[in-house]
Design a binder for this molecule. Structure first.
Ligand SMILES: [Zn+2]
Length: 136
């Protein structure tokens, strides 16, 4: 189900809770909502659809991907980026890392480790920040 985009910065500033397999329907709604906004949006965290749970969805290498409980465990190559967010107005400056290693659960709640670089890494960092209540 496509959900409404949360724009309340007080809500978006709250840390999200760990996801469990009971939250799989939230991931489906997140993907559907992301696809509905594909013209201007390449990633979304569950709190952007009003659910305070650690799930992110994003477009990486032409494919949609979902991560449960994503965590950056290694990062390198800091740089200054400019980003927009569907929940906020305008473009803002923020610090990002060129390469990030992420630990997350897949849909079967198996632990996965993967390194991402470039734009995909940037999207993931933005969405994991959302899970921690950090907005650009
Ligand atoms: Zn955002």
């Amino acid at each position: 189900m496509v959900r409404e985009i949360m724009r309340d910065t007080a809500f978006l500033s709250l840390r999200a809770e760990p996801a469990t397999s009971a939250d799989l329907p939230v991931a489906d709604d997140l993907l559907e909502t992301l696809e509905a906004h594909k013209d201007g949006c390449v990633g979304m965290a569950a709190n952007m659809i009003g659910v305070k749970i650690r799930i992110i969805a994003f477009l990486g290498g032409g494919e949609y991907m979902v991560m449960f409980n994503p965590e950056i465990i290694k990062k390198s190559g800091p740089y200054e980026a400019e980003e927009g967010c569907l929940s906020l107005d305008g473009i803002r400056k923020t610090k990002r890392w060129k390469s990030v290693k992420v630990r997350y659960h897949n849909r079967n709640f198996q632990i996965r480790l993967k390194t991402f670089t470039g734009f995909t890494a940037q999207i993931i960092q933005h969405e994991i920040d959302h899970c921690d209540g950090i907005i650009i």
